[in-house]
Ligand binder design. Structure first.
Ligand code: HEC
Ligand code: HEC
Ligand code: HEC
Ligand code: HEC
Ligand code: HEC
Length: 244
């Protein structure tokens, strides 16, 4: 039988509707995908400026700025563990049993400690999380802090914040921008919590590195890459490094 003798297949009329639906879909799908990626998948990580109201009006500007308390006094695990962790109520009460012991602003702290509302005794203060990565991303504070990356690079001038806000995008492009070339962001390990550190103070830098001023390296970043055994771009940009 020749081809021309084949009966012509005619689409039934109702299929016109399907064609319309498919056409509308073809137009809407990319828009949907863009919106999903922008508002859905990336909503939390791109949230620069996100600044939730906290249950206690605790101020980093006062405690870490004016009073000069070191970050690690409260975020004790930041150089040892994956998570930086928030301080337990006890840490606040080291001072606040004596300082401003009757302040209304500290009511929830006393409740949690057991010297306020007995019903709330022992309950942790319900701090709201500010910076958050999706669960499928692996992140480790200790690895970064021990590689000489300052809190400042990723969290901004927390020591000047009355209320903490998210200072950086924390999306994949942001992580990768540094992972491709971390050298310019590195500083001596023991300066990571120093929010006013500058490489221009040669005497201090020499002390940090245990070198004489004359022996200071010309390229600090390159020197620290080698000294802290920081892996190269190939490993740092490998998908497995952050998605395991
Ligand atoms: C006296 C204790 C104390 C000190 C010192 C301190 N913090 Fe905090 N930090 C807290 C508490 C409590 C919270 C949770 C409430 C809030 O977000 O303000 C917090 C929250 C944070 C957050 C937000 C956590 C999140 O949910 O994403 C960052 C970032 C942070 N601190 C960084 C720092 C840095 C950097 C320093 C040093 C410059 C520092 N902190 C010093 C007690 C402290
Ligand atoms: C090293 C001592 C120290 C530690 C630790 C400390 N504070 Fe303070 N805090 C102070 C001082 C000093 C003031 C200023 C008191 C004043 O102005 O009378 C203050 C003030 C405050 C105030 C304002 C009180 C008011 O009535 O204006 C709050 C709220 C506060 N702290 C919360 C906290 C919380 C929450 C923690 C634990 C995460 C904490 N503090 C840990 C020393 C400390
Ligand atoms: C390389 C970037 C980077 C550096 C450096 C860094 N952080 Fe973070 N920090 C993050 C990210 C990303 C998160 C959110 C982690 C998550 O959701 O899993 C975070 C979360 C936090 C939290 C909330 C608790 C937690 O572990 O999730 C605190 C507190 C904090 N950081 C404090 C600090 C302090 C203090 C330093 C300096 C000693 C520091 N960070 C250095 C990127 C960084
Ligand atoms: C400013 C630079 C910088 C930024 C920003 C940064 N990193 Fe890193 N990261 C490094 C350096 C340097 C190392 C190497 C640390 C080492 O192994 O000595 C590293 C190592 C890592 C490792 C391997 C460490 C381990 O425990 O296996 C992971 C995972 C990682 N980073 C995840 C992230 C993620 C996720 C982000 C973004 C949310 C991020 N990093 C942002 C500089 C950075
Ligand atoms: C340095 C850490 C890091 C490396 C390396 C990395 N990613 Fe990611 N990735 C992230 C972070 C952080 C997010 C969360 C992004 C967000 O919410 O904006 C993410 C999100 C994603 C997503 C979800 C899409 C989205 O936009 O939400 C996919 C898919 C992905 N990564 C694939 C990859 C692949 C494939 C590689 C290797 C070529 C890779 N990643 C390497 C950190 C990394």
């Amino acid at each position: 039988m020749s081809d021309s003798n084949k009966p012509h297949f005619v689409f039934p009329k109702w299929t016109n509707k399907i064609v319309k639906v498919i056409l509308i879909g073809a137009v809407l799908l990319p828009i949907y995908v863009v919106l999903l990626l922008y508002y859905g998948a990336n909503a939390r990580t791109l949230n620069v400026g996100y600044e939730p109201v906290q249950p206690v009006p605790y101020s980093h500007a006062l405690h870490a700025g004016t009073l000069g308390i070191n970050c690690e006094y409260c975020h004790t695990d930041v150089a040892r563990a994956a998570f930086a962790a928030l301080p337990p109520t006890q840490t606040c009460m080291n001072c606040h049993t004596a300082i401003a012991p009757k302040s209304r602003k500290l009511q929830l702290v006393r409740d949690s400690y057991g010297t306020g509302n007995p019903k709330l005794a022992g309950m942790p203060i319900p701090w709201k999380k500010v910076n958050a990565l999706p669960d499928y991303v692996y992140f480790n504070h200790a690895a970064h802090v021990n590689a000489g990356i300052s809190c400042l690079v990723c969290h901004g001038h927390v020591n000047e914040m009355t209320r903490v806000y998210q200072a950086r995008p924390l999306n994949m492009a942001w992580c990768l921008a540094c992972h491709r070339n971390p050298a310019p962001y590195l500083r001596p390990r023991n300066e990571v919590t120093n929010m006013s550190w500058t490489p221009k103070n040669k005497a201090r830098l020499a002390g940090d590195l245990g070198l004489s001023v004359a022996k200071l390296p010309k390229n600090l970043g390159k020197y620290l890459m080698a000294r802290y055994h920081i892996p190269g771009k190939k490993i740092l940009t490998d998908c497995e490094t952050c998605h395991r």
